[in-house]
Design a protein around this ligand. Structure first.
Ligand SMILES: Nc1nc2c(ncn2[C@@H]2O[C@H](COP(=O)(O)OP(=O)(O)OP(=O)(O)O)[C@@H](O)[C@H]2O)c(=O)[nH]1
Ligand SMILES: [Mg+2]
Ligand SMILES: [Zn+2]
Ligand SMILES: [Zn+2]
Length: 403
Protein backbone atom coordinates (compact mmCIF):
# COMPACT_ATOMS: atom_id res chain seq x y z
CA UNK A 1 0.00 0.00 0.00
CA UNK A 2 1.35 3.44 -0.90
CA UNK A 3 2.44 5.59 2.02
CA UNK A 4 -0.25 8.06 2.98
CA UNK A 5 0.65 11.70 3.31
CA UNK A 6 -1.17 14.19 5.52
CA UNK A 7 -2.01 17.69 4.34
CA UNK A 8 -0.50 20.21 6.79
CA UNK A 9 -3.52 22.50 6.25
CA UNK A 10 -6.55 20.19 6.53
CA UNK A 11 -4.99 17.03 8.04
CA UNK A 12 -6.75 14.80 5.50
CA UNK A 13 -4.65 11.97 4.09
CA UNK A 14 -3.91 10.88 0.51
CA UNK A 15 -1.17 9.20 -1.51
CA UNK A 16 1.58 11.02 -3.38
CA UNK A 17 0.01 10.11 -6.70
CA UNK A 18 -3.26 11.80 -5.68
CA UNK A 19 -1.62 15.22 -5.21
CA UNK A 20 -3.21 17.61 -7.73
CA UNK A 21 -1.85 20.67 -9.54
CA UNK A 22 -2.94 24.26 -10.03
CA UNK A 23 -2.28 26.00 -13.34
CA UNK A 24 -0.22 29.18 -12.86
CA UNK A 25 -2.41 31.07 -15.41
CA UNK A 26 0.46 32.63 -17.35
CA UNK A 27 0.56 33.29 -21.05
CA UNK A 28 2.08 30.16 -22.57
CA UNK A 29 4.28 29.61 -25.61
CA UNK A 30 1.17 28.47 -27.48
CA UNK A 31 -0.41 31.90 -26.66
CA UNK A 32 -3.00 30.45 -24.30
CA UNK A 33 -3.77 31.50 -20.77
CA UNK A 34 -6.08 29.89 -18.23
CA UNK A 35 -8.54 32.27 -16.54
CA UNK A 36 -8.31 32.77 -12.77
CA UNK A 37 -11.50 32.06 -10.88
CA UNK A 38 -12.67 31.49 -7.36
CA UNK A 39 -11.94 27.91 -6.32
CA UNK A 40 -15.05 26.74 -4.48
CA UNK A 41 -13.20 23.96 -2.63
CA UNK A 42 -10.61 26.43 -1.35
CA UNK A 43 -13.40 28.81 -0.34
CA UNK A 44 -15.45 26.15 1.47
CA UNK A 45 -12.62 24.35 3.18
CA UNK A 46 -10.12 27.12 3.85
CA UNK A 47 -12.16 30.32 3.62
CA UNK A 48 -9.93 31.61 0.78
CA UNK A 49 -12.03 33.40 -1.80
CA UNK A 50 -9.47 34.96 -4.12
CA UNK A 51 -9.15 34.17 -7.83
CA UNK A 52 -6.70 31.42 -8.67
CA UNK A 53 -5.74 29.22 -11.62
CA UNK A 54 -7.74 26.08 -12.39
CA UNK A 55 -7.03 22.71 -10.78
CA UNK A 56 -6.14 19.63 -12.79
CA UNK A 57 -4.95 16.14 -11.97
CA UNK A 58 -1.72 14.50 -13.04
CA UNK A 59 0.74 12.19 -11.32
CA UNK A 60 1.35 14.11 -8.08
CA UNK A 61 4.64 12.33 -7.39
CA UNK A 62 6.28 14.56 -10.01
CA UNK A 63 7.27 18.08 -9.04
CA UNK A 64 5.75 19.70 -12.14
CA UNK A 65 2.92 18.98 -14.58
CA UNK A 66 1.61 20.43 -17.83
CA UNK A 67 -1.85 21.99 -17.78
CA UNK A 68 -4.12 20.22 -20.30
CA UNK A 69 -5.93 23.49 -21.14
CA UNK A 70 -3.09 25.93 -21.82
CA UNK A 71 -0.01 23.67 -22.18
CA UNK A 72 1.73 25.70 -19.49
CA UNK A 73 3.97 23.97 -16.98
CA UNK A 74 3.19 24.49 -13.31
CA UNK A 75 5.00 23.75 -10.05
CA UNK A 76 1.98 24.43 -7.80
CA UNK A 77 1.14 21.09 -6.20
CA UNK A 78 -2.05 21.18 -4.19
CA UNK A 79 -3.87 19.07 -1.64
CA UNK A 80 -6.54 17.01 -3.44
CA UNK A 81 -8.95 17.54 -0.52
CA UNK A 82 -8.72 21.23 0.47
CA UNK A 83 -6.81 22.59 -2.58
CA UNK A 84 -4.20 24.40 -0.47
CA UNK A 85 -0.83 24.82 -2.13
CA UNK A 86 1.49 22.26 -0.58
CA UNK A 87 4.92 23.34 0.69
CA UNK A 88 7.90 22.91 -1.64
CA UNK A 89 9.11 19.30 -1.78
CA UNK A 90 6.01 18.08 0.03
CA UNK A 91 6.07 14.27 0.14
CA UNK A 92 9.84 14.29 -0.29
CA UNK A 93 10.74 15.95 3.01
CA UNK A 94 9.46 14.95 6.43
CA UNK A 95 6.14 16.40 7.34
CA UNK A 96 5.14 16.63 11.00
CA UNK A 97 1.83 17.77 12.33
CA UNK A 98 1.87 19.13 15.86
CA UNK A 99 -1.36 19.72 17.71
CA UNK A 100 -1.47 22.21 20.55
CA UNK A 101 -4.33 21.40 22.90
CA UNK A 102 -5.44 22.53 26.33
CA UNK A 103 -8.32 24.05 28.27
CA UNK A 104 -9.51 27.61 27.80
CA UNK A 105 -6.95 30.18 28.97
CA UNK A 106 -4.32 27.52 29.67
CA UNK A 107 -1.86 29.63 27.63
CA UNK A 108 -1.85 28.01 24.17
CA UNK A 109 -1.78 31.14 22.04
CA UNK A 110 0.81 32.95 24.17
CA UNK A 111 2.91 29.79 24.19
CA UNK A 112 2.68 29.21 20.44
CA UNK A 113 3.79 32.78 19.81
CA UNK A 114 6.75 32.72 22.19
CA UNK A 115 7.79 29.22 21.11
CA UNK A 116 7.93 30.16 17.44
CA UNK A 117 9.69 33.43 18.29
CA UNK A 118 12.37 31.56 20.22
CA UNK A 119 12.80 28.97 17.49
CA UNK A 120 13.27 31.76 14.96
CA UNK A 121 15.77 33.61 17.12
CA UNK A 122 17.90 32.55 20.08
CA UNK A 123 17.35 28.80 20.13
CA UNK A 124 17.18 28.53 16.39
CA UNK A 125 20.61 30.08 16.06
CA UNK A 126 22.09 27.85 18.81
CA UNK A 127 20.89 24.82 16.86
CA UNK A 128 21.85 26.23 13.47
CA UNK A 129 18.18 25.92 12.61
CA UNK A 130 15.78 28.08 10.65
CA UNK A 131 12.03 28.31 10.83
CA UNK A 132 10.13 30.16 8.13
CA UNK A 133 6.47 30.35 7.19
CA UNK A 134 5.66 27.88 4.42
CA UNK A 135 3.08 30.15 2.78
CA UNK A 136 2.08 33.83 2.66
CA UNK A 137 -0.99 33.37 4.83
CA UNK A 138 1.04 31.78 7.62
CA UNK A 139 3.67 34.51 7.44
CA UNK A 140 1.11 37.31 7.52
CA UNK A 141 -1.02 35.75 10.24
CA UNK A 142 1.88 34.84 12.46
CA UNK A 143 3.37 38.29 12.07
CA UNK A 144 0.27 40.42 12.55
CA UNK A 145 -2.05 38.33 14.72
CA UNK A 146 0.50 36.64 16.95
CA UNK A 147 3.97 38.13 16.95
CA UNK A 148 3.35 41.89 16.77
CA UNK A 149 0.39 41.63 19.09
CA UNK A 150 2.50 40.17 21.88
CA UNK A 151 6.08 41.29 21.19
CA UNK A 152 5.48 44.78 19.80
CA UNK A 153 2.17 45.81 21.38
CA UNK A 154 2.70 43.85 24.60
CA UNK A 155 -0.88 42.63 24.71
CA UNK A 156 -2.45 39.38 25.80
CA UNK A 157 -4.80 37.66 23.35
CA UNK A 158 -8.56 37.47 23.29
CA UNK A 159 -9.73 33.85 23.47
CA UNK A 160 -9.02 31.95 20.27
CA UNK A 161 -12.07 31.67 18.05
CA UNK A 162 -13.82 28.33 18.34
CA UNK A 163 -13.88 26.18 15.22
CA UNK A 164 -17.68 26.22 15.44
CA UNK A 165 -17.80 29.89 14.40
CA UNK A 166 -15.01 29.42 11.88
CA UNK A 167 -16.87 27.16 9.41
CA UNK A 168 -15.89 24.16 11.53
CA UNK A 169 -12.22 24.43 10.86
CA UNK A 170 -8.99 25.40 12.50
CA UNK A 171 -6.33 27.22 10.53
CA UNK A 172 -2.92 25.74 11.16
CA UNK A 173 0.28 27.74 10.91
CA UNK A 174 2.65 25.90 8.59
CA UNK A 175 6.42 26.34 8.77
CA UNK A 176 9.51 24.87 7.22
CA UNK A 177 12.07 23.87 9.82
CA UNK A 178 15.57 23.58 8.40
CA UNK A 179 18.66 22.22 10.10
CA UNK A 180 22.16 21.78 8.77
CA UNK A 181 23.14 18.21 9.51
CA UNK A 182 26.73 17.08 9.30
CA UNK A 183 27.20 13.74 7.62
CA UNK A 184 29.97 11.86 5.84
CA UNK A 185 29.02 13.75 2.72
CA UNK A 186 29.51 17.10 4.40
CA UNK A 187 26.90 19.54 5.61
CA UNK A 188 23.51 19.25 4.07
CA UNK A 189 20.26 20.93 5.04
CA UNK A 190 17.43 18.78 6.30
CA UNK A 191 13.90 20.12 6.13
CA UNK A 192 10.81 19.25 8.05
CA UNK A 193 7.40 20.79 7.45
CA UNK A 194 5.78 21.65 10.77
CA UNK A 195 2.11 22.36 11.08
CA UNK A 196 0.87 23.87 14.34
CA UNK A 197 -2.72 24.25 15.24
CA UNK A 198 -3.74 26.34 18.15
CA UNK A 199 -7.22 25.28 19.18
CA UNK A 200 -9.79 27.22 21.14
CA UNK A 201 -10.03 25.92 24.69
CA UNK A 202 -13.78 25.52 24.55
CA UNK A 203 -13.36 23.07 21.70
CA UNK A 204 -12.14 20.66 24.35
CA UNK A 205 -14.86 21.35 26.85
CA UNK A 206 -17.63 19.34 25.31
CA UNK A 207 -17.76 16.11 23.45
CA UNK A 208 -19.51 17.61 20.42
CA UNK A 209 -17.04 20.41 19.99
CA UNK A 210 -14.17 18.08 20.50
CA UNK A 211 -15.26 15.90 17.64
CA UNK A 212 -14.43 18.73 15.29
CA UNK A 213 -10.85 18.30 16.34
CA UNK A 214 -10.79 14.54 15.98
CA UNK A 215 -9.18 14.48 12.58
CA UNK A 216 -6.55 16.99 13.62
CA UNK A 217 -5.67 15.07 16.75
CA UNK A 218 -5.84 11.60 15.30
CA UNK A 219 -3.58 12.51 12.37
CA UNK A 220 -1.11 14.54 14.44
CA UNK A 221 2.45 13.23 14.72
CA UNK A 222 2.89 14.86 18.07
CA UNK A 223 0.67 16.48 20.64
CA UNK A 224 1.62 19.34 22.90
CA UNK A 225 -0.84 19.13 25.74
CA UNK A 226 -0.86 22.35 27.75
CA UNK A 227 -2.05 22.10 31.33
CA UNK A 228 -2.40 25.16 33.52
CA UNK A 229 -1.58 24.50 37.18
CA UNK A 230 -3.63 27.59 38.02
CA UNK A 231 -6.63 25.54 36.90
CA UNK A 232 -5.78 22.71 39.35
CA UNK A 233 -7.50 22.83 42.72
CA UNK A 234 -4.38 21.73 44.58
CA UNK A 235 -2.15 24.34 42.97
CA UNK A 236 -4.29 27.48 42.96
CA UNK A 237 -3.76 28.29 46.64
CA UNK A 238 0.02 27.85 46.19
CA UNK A 239 0.43 30.42 43.42
CA UNK A 240 2.57 33.44 44.14
CA UNK A 241 0.39 36.17 45.68
CA UNK A 242 -0.69 38.63 43.03
CA UNK A 243 -0.88 36.04 40.23
CA UNK A 244 -3.97 36.55 38.09
CA UNK A 245 -5.99 33.37 38.54
CA UNK A 246 -8.03 32.19 35.54
CA UNK A 247 -11.76 31.77 36.02
CA UNK A 248 -12.97 28.22 36.58
CA UNK A 249 -16.58 28.70 35.53
CA UNK A 250 -17.26 26.36 32.60
CA UNK A 251 -13.59 25.44 32.26
CA UNK A 252 -12.56 21.81 32.34
CA UNK A 253 -9.98 20.69 34.85
CA UNK A 254 -6.67 19.56 33.39
CA UNK A 255 -7.57 15.98 34.29
CA UNK A 256 -10.73 16.20 32.20
CA UNK A 257 -8.82 17.59 29.27
CA UNK A 258 -6.31 14.75 29.43
CA UNK A 259 -9.14 12.20 29.66
CA UNK A 260 -10.98 13.63 26.66
CA UNK A 261 -7.90 13.71 24.50
CA UNK A 262 -7.06 10.16 25.60
CA UNK A 263 -10.52 8.78 24.85
CA UNK A 264 -10.47 10.32 21.44
CA UNK A 265 -7.06 8.91 20.58
CA UNK A 266 -7.97 5.51 22.02
CA UNK A 267 -11.13 5.32 19.93
CA UNK A 268 -8.92 5.81 16.88
CA UNK A 269 -6.24 3.34 17.91
CA UNK A 270 -8.86 0.81 18.84
CA UNK A 271 -10.56 1.04 15.46
CA UNK A 272 -7.23 0.59 13.69
CA UNK A 273 -6.26 -2.29 15.93
CA UNK A 274 -9.54 -4.12 15.46
CA UNK A 275 -9.08 -3.85 11.74
CA UNK A 276 -5.54 -5.19 11.94
CA UNK A 277 -5.89 -8.03 14.44
CA UNK A 278 -9.50 -9.10 14.22
CA UNK A 279 -10.49 -10.93 17.38
CA UNK A 280 -7.35 -10.46 19.44
CA UNK A 281 -7.59 -7.87 22.16
CA UNK A 282 -4.65 -6.21 23.79
CA UNK A 283 -4.80 -3.23 26.11
CA UNK A 284 -4.53 -0.37 23.64
CA UNK A 285 -1.65 2.05 23.99
CA UNK A 286 -1.30 5.36 22.28
CA UNK A 287 2.02 5.78 20.51
CA UNK A 288 1.66 9.39 19.40
CA UNK A 289 4.34 11.21 21.43
CA UNK A 290 2.74 13.60 23.87
CA UNK A 291 4.56 16.50 25.49
CA UNK A 292 2.64 17.26 28.68
CA UNK A 293 3.48 20.87 29.37
CA UNK A 294 2.68 22.67 32.61
CA UNK A 295 2.42 26.37 31.83
CA UNK A 296 2.79 29.61 33.88
CA UNK A 297 5.50 28.14 36.08
CA UNK A 298 6.53 31.69 37.06
CA UNK A 299 3.66 31.53 39.57
CA UNK A 300 5.36 28.62 41.39
CA UNK A 301 9.07 29.34 41.29
CA UNK A 302 9.06 30.67 44.83
CA UNK A 303 8.12 27.17 46.07
CA UNK A 304 10.90 25.28 44.32
CA UNK A 305 14.23 24.27 45.83
CA UNK A 306 17.25 26.21 44.66
CA UNK A 307 18.65 23.06 43.05
CA UNK A 308 15.47 22.19 41.17
CA UNK A 309 16.00 21.64 37.44
CA UNK A 310 12.87 23.74 37.01
CA UNK A 311 14.72 26.79 38.35
CA UNK A 312 17.49 26.51 35.76
CA UNK A 313 17.51 27.11 32.04
CA UNK A 314 18.30 24.05 29.90
CA UNK A 315 22.01 23.61 29.13
CA UNK A 316 22.97 25.56 26.02
CA UNK A 317 24.31 23.79 22.99
CA UNK A 318 23.32 22.48 19.62
CA UNK A 319 21.66 19.29 20.88
CA UNK A 320 18.58 18.42 22.86
CA UNK A 321 19.80 17.42 26.32
CA UNK A 322 18.06 14.17 27.16
CA UNK A 323 19.41 13.92 30.69
CA UNK A 324 18.30 17.41 31.64
CA UNK A 325 14.89 16.69 30.13
CA UNK A 326 14.49 13.51 32.17
CA UNK A 327 15.31 15.30 35.38
CA UNK A 328 12.69 17.94 34.57
CA UNK A 329 10.26 15.10 33.84
CA UNK A 330 10.80 13.57 37.29
CA UNK A 331 10.64 16.93 39.01
CA UNK A 332 7.30 17.74 37.40
CA UNK A 333 5.96 14.33 38.37
CA UNK A 334 6.86 15.09 41.99
CA UNK A 335 5.36 18.57 41.82
CA UNK A 336 2.01 17.52 40.42
CA UNK A 337 1.52 15.14 43.32
CA UNK A 338 1.11 18.29 45.44
CA UNK A 339 -1.23 19.72 42.85
CA UNK A 340 -3.74 16.83 42.88
CA UNK A 341 -2.23 15.60 39.64
CA UNK A 342 -1.90 11.93 40.61
CA UNK A 343 -4.81 10.80 38.41
CA UNK A 344 -3.22 12.60 35.44
CA UNK A 345 0.04 10.79 36.02
CA UNK A 346 -1.68 7.43 36.34
CA UNK A 347 -3.70 7.95 33.16
CA UNK A 348 -0.62 8.92 31.15
CA UNK A 349 1.45 6.07 32.54
CA UNK A 350 -1.22 3.50 31.72
CA UNK A 351 -2.13 4.64 28.24
CA UNK A 352 0.76 6.37 26.50
CA UNK A 353 3.91 4.67 25.35
CA UNK A 354 5.69 7.99 24.78
CA UNK A 355 4.97 10.97 26.97
CA UNK A 356 7.20 13.46 28.73
CA UNK A 357 6.53 16.19 31.28
CA UNK A 358 7.72 19.75 30.82
CA UNK A 359 7.44 22.91 32.86
CA UNK A 360 7.52 26.28 31.10
CA UNK A 361 6.73 29.92 31.45
CA UNK A 362 6.12 31.69 28.17
CA UNK A 363 6.16 35.17 29.67
CA UNK A 364 8.38 34.69 32.71
CA UNK A 365 6.02 36.88 34.74
CA UNK A 366 2.35 37.24 35.40
CA UNK A 367 0.89 39.80 32.99
CA UNK A 368 -0.39 43.11 34.40
CA UNK A 369 -3.94 43.59 35.66
CA UNK A 370 -4.89 45.23 32.35
CA UNK A 371 -3.70 42.17 30.37
CA UNK A 372 -0.37 43.48 29.17
CA UNK A 373 3.15 42.10 29.25
CA UNK A 374 4.82 43.01 32.58
CA UNK A 375 7.28 45.95 32.61
CA UNK A 376 10.19 43.52 32.79
CA UNK A 377 9.33 42.33 29.28
CA UNK A 378 8.94 38.79 27.98
CA UNK A 379 11.42 36.40 29.57
CA UNK A 380 10.71 32.96 28.15
CA UNK A 381 11.67 30.00 30.21
CA UNK A 382 12.19 26.47 28.81
CA UNK A 383 9.64 27.10 26.07
CA UNK A 384 11.46 25.21 23.31
CA UNK A 385 12.07 22.01 25.33
CA UNK A 386 8.79 20.32 24.29
CA UNK A 387 9.22 21.00 20.58
CA UNK A 388 12.89 19.98 20.59
CA UNK A 389 11.94 16.75 22.37
CA UNK A 390 9.34 15.99 19.70
CA UNK A 391 11.79 16.84 16.92
CA UNK A 392 14.33 14.58 18.65
CA UNK A 393 11.76 11.77 18.71
CA UNK A 394 11.42 12.14 14.93
CA UNK A 395 15.18 12.18 14.48
CA UNK A 396 14.98 15.75 13.18
CA UNK A 397 17.28 17.26 15.84
CA UNK A 398 20.28 15.58 17.49
CA UNK A 399 20.16 14.63 21.16
CA UNK A 400 22.73 14.16 23.81
CA UNK A 401 22.93 12.21 27.08
CA UNK A 402 21.43 8.91 28.10
CA UNK A 403 18.28 7.64 26.47
N1 LIG B 1 1.74 33.99 34.77
C1 LIG B 1 1.63 33.67 33.48
N2 LIG B 1 0.44 33.83 32.86
C2 LIG B 1 0.34 33.48 31.55
C3 LIG B 1 1.44 32.95 30.82
N3 LIG B 1 1.01 32.68 29.56
C4 LIG B 1 -0.30 33.02 29.52
N4 LIG B 1 -0.72 33.52 30.71
C5 LIG B 1 -2.06 34.02 31.08
O1 LIG B 1 -3.04 33.15 30.52
C6 LIG B 1 -3.95 33.92 29.73
C7 LIG B 1 -4.47 33.09 28.59
O2 LIG B 1 -3.45 32.84 27.65
P1 LIG B 1 -3.80 32.39 26.14
O3 LIG B 1 -2.54 31.98 25.50
O4 LIG B 1 -4.61 33.42 25.45
O5 LIG B 1 -4.73 31.10 26.44
P2 LIG B 1 -5.38 30.08 25.40
O6 LIG B 1 -5.10 28.73 25.92
O7 LIG B 1 -4.94 30.39 24.02
O8 LIG B 1 -6.93 30.42 25.60
P3 LIG B 1 -8.15 30.13 24.56
O9 LIG B 1 -7.71 30.62 23.23
O10 LIG B 1 -9.30 30.91 25.12
O11 LIG B 1 -8.39 28.66 24.62
C8 LIG B 1 -3.14 35.12 29.30
O12 LIG B 1 -3.99 36.20 28.96
C9 LIG B 1 -2.32 35.40 30.55
O13 LIG B 1 -3.08 36.10 31.50
C10 LIG B 1 2.69 32.81 31.50
O14 LIG B 1 3.72 32.36 30.95
N5 LIG B 1 2.72 33.18 32.83
MG1 LIG C 1 -5.94 30.93 22.37
ZN1 LIG D 1 -3.69 26.21 -17.62
ZN1 LIG E 1 -5.58 19.78 2.59
Amino acid sequence: MARRLTCPYCYETFTGREIAFRCNSRLTRTQKRCVRRRDQVLADRMGQRGEVGPVFTADGRASTAVCPDCDGETTFRICPVCHSTLPAQFGMVENRMIAMVGAKASGKTVYTTVLLHEMMNRVGSAFGASLVGADDATMQRFHADYHEHLFRDGQMFAGTRTAVTNDNRVDPLVFRFGLRRRSLLGERPQHTVLSFFDTAGEDFNSRENMELNTRYLANADGIVLLLDPLQMAGARPLARPGTALPGTEGVDTPYHVVSRVTNLLLAREDAGRRARFAGRRAAPRIDTPVAVVFTKLDAFWHLLDKGSPLRAHPPSGDRFDEEDSLSVHEEVRTLIKDWDGVPIDRLLENTYSRYRYFGISALGHSPTADARVARTGIQPYRVTDPLLWLLGEYGAVPRTGRR
